[in-house]
Design a protein. Structure first.
Length: 348
């Protein structure tokens, strides 16, 4: 059976107090750490998700604006040039905007991908994981976002994925069938990929990747700071409590314990000397207090005085009796001390 390594009976009150509070604090800290780090991790994920959602929505607004209003202005010229200019593609513009967004320190590790099962550019080919996300979005038309963690190229990533639904008829100029698409597009990208998209299709998932470490570290740091503050507050509280325990309880109890020890001794001498004793002076100080210990000290004082005066009476009576029995004692006028010695001798 488990045996506590410290003998509990030998522990002082303040040590017991410290150990019990310390154990409560330790359990509390472990529990708080678990709960806090979970909450912080959730909140860090929420923050990254919200940022990503805002970013994706901005990019989509930009894609539509470009396809609806800017590209038509240049259409004639763009479609007739022999070489396809990627700058005319809404998705290209979106990618460029995202790249300039990444120049900000906070977003430098963010990655953006239009992961499509049937992409125009093979670079955008959805992998197995991303294809599964697209299927989930297809099966759940009301689902607007998925997020979580995944491993990619030995790196742990946090992802936020959005469905990309084809709603803008202007997109079909290049993504319906190869015979409708600009000739220079076919020349550059070929007729095999990125076609036969239909309005209402989930054509891709827009996905933002952030290194998991970045998200988790944020949460970890917040948790650690909170726990640290908690520990400092607890440490100070424990110190103050220990000091208060000593000042308000242990120090007042000590003289009372000594007085009680002396009163309990069979030796009558000690109790009669008690009234002047140093401990009774300390008791005077404590008995001034209105709390329970003050009350106890007053009872002790009263008890000590009663015992002392009874003892005094007893000694006087004894002296009288001795004087009657032993006339020499009367002549010599025995001192109180001598009587005490006589009594002690008779006790032994
Ligand atoms: C001028 C022709 C053209 C128009 C209009 C156009 N796209 Fe594209 N789209 C392309 C080309 C070309 C690519 C490949 C670009 C690249 O190399 O990154 C592409 C790429 C994409 C991609 C990335 C996946 C992939 O296929 O590589 C998505 C998603 C996409 N387009 C959606 C749209 C949507 C939505 C619209 C309408 C708002 C739209 N496109 C309008 C030509 C066009």
């Amino acid at each position: 059976m488990f045996k506590f390594p410290i003998d509990r009976k030998r522990l002082k009150l303040s040590s017991k107090f410290t150990i019990i509070l310390g154990l409560i604090f330790l359990c509390g800290s472990v529990l708080s750490y678990g709960v806090l780090s979970h909450l912080q991790s959730q909140s860090a994920q929420r923050m990254v998700t919200e940022q990503s959602v805002t970013l994706i929505n901005t990019l989509n607004a930009l894609r539509d604006e470009y396809a609806d209003n800017i590209r038509p202005l240049l259409k004639e010229e763009l479609d007739t040039t022999p070489e396809f200019t990627p700058e005319t593609v809404p998705s290209y513009v979106v990618r460029q905007v995202f790249e300039s967004f990444r120049e900000q320190e906070a977003f430098k590790d963010y990655l953006y991908k239009d992961a499509a099962p049937n992409p125009t550019n093979p670079r955008d080919q959805a992998d197995e994981f991303e294809t599964a996300l697209v299927s989930t979005f297809e099966q759940n038309p009301d689902l607007v976002e998925l997020h979580g963690f995944r491993e990619l190229n030995d790196q742990s990533l946090y992802y936020v994925a959005h469905p990309l639904k084809l709603t803008n008829p202007n997109c079909l100029i290049c993504h319906s069938t190869p015979d409708v698409a600009p000739k220079n597009l076919i020349k550059t990208y070929g007729p095999e990929r990125g076609f036969f998209w239909e309005l209402g299709d989930i054509i891709a998932t827009q996905i933002i990747y952030v290194p998991a470490q970045q998200v988790l570290w944020e949460a970890q740091r917040n948790t650690l700071v909170t726990i640290l503050i908690f520990m400092v507050i607890f440490g100070i509280t424990l110190l103050i409590l220990n000091r208060l325990l000593r000042q308000l309880v242990l120090e007042p109890i000590r003289p009372m314990a000594r007085v009680a020890t002396q009163l309990s001794q069979p030796d009558l001498v000690s109790s009669s000397e008690l009234v002047q004793a140093q401990d009774l002076v300390s008791l005077d100080r404590i008995s001034g207090s209105g709390d329970e210990l003050g009350q106890l000290a007053r009872i002790f004082q009263r008890m000590a005085r009663v015992i002392a005066s009874r003892e005094q009476d007893l000694l006087v009576q004894l002296q009288n009796s001795i004087n009657q029995v032993e006339p020499s004692a009367t002549r010599g006028g025995l001192s109180l001390d001598a009587v005490k010695r006589l009594i002690l001798r008779s006790q032994n």
